[in-house]
Design a protein around this ligand. Structure first.
Ligand code: SAM
Length: 259
């Protein structure tokens, strides 16, 4: 759905109707296309209502769309990393999420980086039941000193997965990818979160340059110049429905290491 379109949901006739000027498209309610159109409208409404600011994981706020975390769980279980590195801690909910998967899998530890770890967040994370899985560093994720500390957390032959959820400008995300991609194992990923920015441009709390200044353009540029990484959707293990596209804040996010 583009911003010029209006969407009508007609449950009586099992249709979703898109209007763009005089053009009208009717989509059967049971089609992937109808689901996609409704989902795009739902994502935009969710942006305006700050829906993602309403979840927590084992007691800590987690600023994520739940579907993104279910998909991430599917990826983490497939990759079974020894180390999950995440930039952007905020309240710590996503670090606790990763730690809970490490505990459930009997494998893995978590390294988090944030430019500012507020004292109440640090205290809540360090006193959490899962804290033993987590190491945190304060500083910019592209600061060479911070990058070097994070690199020292990784041992030879560790399987490593990287999640980038800090500053979402193109330049910063590209800097993060370049800094951390060398740590990633074959068939694992660098995940550039929150590429939804281009799709919500014009909504409240957005900037004029979000159509290009976002994590998707960084991930695409990196992939275009790399022989080792491709931008590819993970293969998710279960689907008995007709929908195959993720409903996501993380479009074009998964940079897979292929060699
Ligand atoms: C979207 S929040 C992270 C949300 C968290 N991953 C979660 O799922 O709940 C972004 C965080 O990135 C941090 N941040 C901003 N710029 C940064 C930078 N240059 N380096 C590291 N962290 C940064 C902010 O302080 C903020 O806590």
């Amino acid at each position: 759905m583009t911003q010029a379109e209006t969407i009508t949901i007609d449950p009586t006739n099992d249709m979703v109707i898109l209007k763009n000027g005089d053009a009208e498209t009717q989509l059967a309610m049971d089609s992937a296309e109808a689901f996609s159109a409704v989902s795009k409208a739902w994502l935009r409404c969710g942006w305006d209502t700050k829906y993602v600011y309403s979840f927590s994981w084992l007691g800590r706020p987690m600023i994520q769309l739940p579907e993104d975390m279910i998909r991430l769980q599917e990826v983490i279980y497939q990759v079974k990393p020894d180390v999950i590195i995440e930039t952007g801690i905020a309240h710590g909910g996503s670090l606790i999420f990763h730690a809970s998967l490490c505990q459930a899998m009997g494998k893995g530890r978590v390294v988090g980086v944030d430019i500012e770890i507020r004292p109440h967040n640090r205290e809540a994370i360090t006193s959490h039941e899962l804290h033993k899985y987590i190491t945190m560093y304060e500083g910019s994720s592209i600061d060479p000193d911070v990058v070097s500390k994070v690199r020292n957390e990784v041992k030879d032959n560790d399987r490593v997965l990287i999640i980038l959820d800090s500053n979402h400008t193109k330049e910063h995300v590209l800097g993060e990818i370049e800094a951390y991609a060398p740590l990633v194992s074959k068939n694992s990923y660098v995940i550039a979160c929150d590429g939804i920015m281009a799709e919500v441009k014009g909504a409240p709390r957005t900037e004029e340059d979000w159509d290009w200044n976002n994590p998707v353009t960084a991930a695409k540029e990196f992939a275009a110049n790399s022989d080792d990484f491709i931008l590819e959707e993970p293969v998710f293990p279960f689907n008995e429905g007709v929908v195959s596209e993720r409903v996501t804040y993380w479009p074009s996010a998964y940079l897979k290491k292929i060699s």
